[in-house]
Design a protein around this ligand. Structure first.
Ligand code: AAL
Length: 375
């Protein structure tokens, strides 16, 4: 720490008694880049949805896309599958290995964001032998120039532990389809990892490779600076458990056109933590909610260029797998888009359902009857 740059005001704000006796915590505090309250929010308890998206035993509905509003109706896309999960111990050609195995992408509409009508399949699994013949899942929607783009995860059968996951894309002129799939995936894992041995074990590697050498997941495309930024979660071959939990990071791939080609940024990974992607445009940059895994989990981050993210707030228990409400104007204040949206929960190991979340700004901490400093 360079003593010259420590001001009296900083020391007073941080409550540091003596700048010649800085604890490790005080040194870290002096390095914080952002200490304002603008991004700090609290999430309320999540609430069940009504109509067709209410929980149903025997059915998996999970990983909601963002919510968009078209002609007065909200639309959401999600992964849907049926029946219990068998896991990886049996017949990988015929069993269901995860709740998100054997999914198709379905969609639903709503007038109020609470009561939903399931409309049917938007994007089905591919024909036997196609790169998406086993499952299509975890979809995200982008609207651009009057066209609709669904990006989603794909798996080809058999669904082994070591199977590589890719990202596919389909587009349509209307949110009701019909959807046209691209013939090839738009994103694949890095191919520079080396498995050790033939056993179907993802922890045994000779070389781990890039942060996304095993799986590319949770795609989300945002139009940004005249290009298309595809944010995604990477899983690495030989994943470890670190001081922040699972080794999960986010990357970005950039294209000139919505249909690609998407080129991975050489600056990847752009987050060293997180799980499902939750990004939105704010103040000429990109904001990101980082949840679940890694040392920077439960933070809101922002970057001016879509690449270099800094922590803006540390928050508690954000909902998982957020489907943002993209019908709101995001320019007003940083977290406006998080006032309500969709999430999912595990009702049990086999079945998951989609719920709603709400959040609010917290700008004061006062006792009953006590006056806050700001109005
Ligand atoms: C999620 C996402 C991806 C994973 C699985 C289903 O929440 O990260 O979609 O593959 O779990």
């Amino acid at each position: 720490m360079d003593d010259q740059h420590i001001t009296e005001e900083q020391l007073d704000k941080l409550g540091i008694t003596n700048k010649d006796c800085l604890s490790a915590a005080s040194k870290r505090a002096l390095q914080w880049k952002y200490t304002s309250n603008d991004w700090f929010i609290e999430f309320d308890p999540i609430t069940p949805l009504k109509g067709d998206l209410a929980y149903e035993e025997g059915i998996v509905r999970r990983d909601p896309s963002a919510v968009i509003k078209v002609n007065g109706s909200y639309y959401v896309w999600y992964s849907k599958s049926y029946g219990p999960t068998q896991g990886f111990a049996g017949d990988l050609e015929n069993d269901k290995v995860f709740p998100w195995d054997r999914c198709d992408i379905w969609y639903a509409t709503s007038k109020d964001g609470i009561t939903w009508t399931e409309e049917g399949i938007a994007v089905p699994r591919g024909k036997k032998g196609a790169y998406d013949d086993r499952s299509v899942f975890t979809a995200e929607i982008m609207v651009h120039d009057g066209k609709y783009y669904l990006s989603y995860q794909t798996v080809k059968s058999p669904y082994t532990v070591r199977v590589k996951n890719q990202v596919g894309l389909a587009w349509a002129e209307s949110p009701n389809g019909p959807w046209q799939k691209l013939p090839e995936p738009i994103l694949s894992p890095a191919d520079n990892g080396i498995w050790e041995g033939e056993e179907d074990n993802r922890f045994k590697v000779i070389k781990k490779g890039d942060f996304d050498s095993h799986k590319v997941h949770d795609p989300c495309i945002l139009p940004f600076n005249g290009k298309f930024y595809l944010y995604y979660k990477g899983e690495q071959m030989g994943e470890e458990i670190t001081f922040g939990g699972r080794q999960i990071r986010h990357g970005v791939a950039i294209a000139d056109n919505p249909l690609g080609p998407y080129i991975k940024s050489p600056y990847n990974p752009v987050s060293n933590s997180g799980h499902e992607i939750c990004v939105w445009p704010y103040n000429n940059g990109i904001a990101s909610l980082i949840t679940t895994d890694g040392p920077e989990k439960n933070t809101l981050q922002w970057s001016p260029d879509g690449i270099n993210f800094e922590i803006m707030a540390v928050i508690q228990n954000p909902p998982h797998a957020i489907g943002l409400n993209r019908s709101v104007e995001t320019g007003k204040e940083p977290t406006e888009i998080l006032r309500w949206g969709l999430t999912h929960i595990y009702n049990n190991d086999d079945y998951q359902s989609i719920l709603g979340f709400t959040s609010r700004r917290k700008t004061a901490h006062v006792a009953i009857g006590e006056k806050a400093n700001q109005e």
